[in-house]
Design a binder for this molecule. Structure first.
Ligand code: FES
Length: 318
């Protein structure tokens, strides 16, 4: 996972059949947010590839994380339905029994001495250390179009690349995927107008108007917002779509409601350790924040757990 990489220049794309302008440096998600819309239907935006709150169909491919896709002229984005999967493509009205030809996705197989997943601080340090030992190092970074999606026995690293899939048999794998910002699970967490602290910084730097913004937890540096003390209770909306207020509480005091357009959430981090948990091979190691243990928030009692399928906390206990 990575922070967003944007378009080369300004232009226009197509969103749900309508033209939409984007600026230089925009990802699809940032352009949609700049237009005052949400790339999905709601939920906290991280802009780092960690949540499912920006997925949409892009150029005919479903479930694309639009915060990781640079804009380009003529790109076509279609929002998924508010619940359920997007419809499958139909071959043609005259023959509804035939399927469209499957899209051919090439698979390339490679060998590598050392594969480092992640080109952040810890990944760069690990790659340099391996090179100093005279090893040949391959660095995979989603930001550069090489997204490691799985580690299988071998170890074999499965990589989504711009022109297909890569299967890399590695002598050694170092996972340096960093840490993700924690998303809130509480009533109202599927509304529009919620962003993580790092996403707020990116949006502010991109010139996106956040309106009246409040921050819960650690506020982002250099983003105009009003820090709120206390614990997040729920997020409220006047139209059941977008945030209109946030409710917090402090020990020994009653609830406090604060009107706002945007809630910025600095709730801490959690290790991005999905890849490292796929294998227990001794030749796979984890470094940096991906190997750290972070304090986790208390278990939620209400709210949306899975934004794609709208699974609620109550669904998990029933
Ligand atoms: S994964 Fe794109 S906004 Fe979180």
């Amino acid at each position: 996972m990575s922070e967003a990489v944007g378009s080369v220049g300004a232009g226009r794309m197509v969103v749900d059949g309508r033209p939409m302008a984007y600026q230089a440096g925009d990802t699809v998600a940032v352009a949609v947010l700049r237009a005052g819309e949400h790339p999905h239907h709601g939920g906290t935006i991280c802009l780092a590839g960690d949540c499912g709150n920006c997925v949409a169909q892009v150029d005919g491919v479903g479930w694309v994380r639009t915060c990781q896709r640079p804009c380009r002229p003529g790109l076509v984005m279609q929002r998924h339905p508010a619940s359920g999967a997007p419809p499958l493509p139909v071959a043609g009205q005259s023959d509804v029994t035939s399927s469209p030809p499957a899209r051919h996705i090439p698979v390339l197989r490679r060998e590598a001495e050392v594969v480092v997943i992640g080109a952040g601080e810890s990944g760069t340090a690990a790659a340099e250390a391996a090179r100093r030992e005279g090893k040949s190092v391959t660095v995979l970074e989603a930001r550069d179009g090489l997204e490691a999606v799985a580690i299988y026995a071998g170890p074999t690293v499965i990589v989504r690349a711009p022109d297909g899939m890569l299967h890399i048999n590695a002598g050694e794998v170092i996972v340096a995927t960093g840490a993700a910002e924690i998303q809130p699970v509480c009533p109202g967490n599927a509304l529009r107008g919620l962003v993580t602290a790092r996403a707020a910084q990116q949006l502010h730097a991109a010139g996106v108007d956040l309106g009246v913004a409040v921050a819960i937890g650690t506020p982002p540096e250099s983003v105009p917002c009003a820090p709120l003390s206390g614990r997040l209770v729920r997020i409220e909306s006047e139209d059941e779509a977008r945030v209109s207020a946030v409710v917090t509480v402090e020990d020994g005091e009653g609830e406090r409601t604060t009107a706002c357009d945007t809630v910025i959430l600095g709730l801490g981090r959690a290790a991005r350790d999905v890849l490292s948990r796929m294998t227990d091979e001794p030749s796979v190691s984890v470094v940096g924040p991906a190997a750290e243990s972070f304090p986790l928030p208390p278990a939620p009692t209400a709210g949306t757990v899975c934004p794609c399928s709208r699974v609620q906390v109550d669904d998990l206990s029933s």
